[in-house]
Design a protein. Structure first.
Length: 94
């Protein structure tokens, strides 16, 4: 819902302001424009030399890039729906 996306954006914004290496999972179009560069998709696309991750024709390569972004973050921000979407299934968080 829009309320939970706003809450995630607020949390992400505060973490970034505090100097925490945080990343936002989920559809980039649901994030505030000022936070797009902190979305996992944007960071993964940049690491592949692309503007958007949708430009990547190799799904395996795109997923690897996303996983690297997640692993390099100190905090992963997402809605409860995003947490169960599959990308985080292989991770265990302390």
């Amino acid at each position: 819902t829009s309320d939970s996306n706003i809450a995630v954006d607020n949390m992400l914004e505060g973490l970034i302001r505090a100097g925490v290496k945080a990343v936002r999972l989920g559809h980039p179009e649901k994030a505030q424009a000022s936070l797009l560069e902190h979305t996992a998709d944007a960071k993964a696309a940049k690491s592949l030399g692309l503007t958007t991750l949708k430009e990547c024709s190799d799904r395996f390569k795109a997923r690897e890039a996303l996983q690297k972004v997640i692993e390099e973050a100190d905090v992963v921000c997402c809605t409860s729906v995003g947490a169960g979407a599959g990308l985080l299934h292989e991770y265990t968080f302390p």
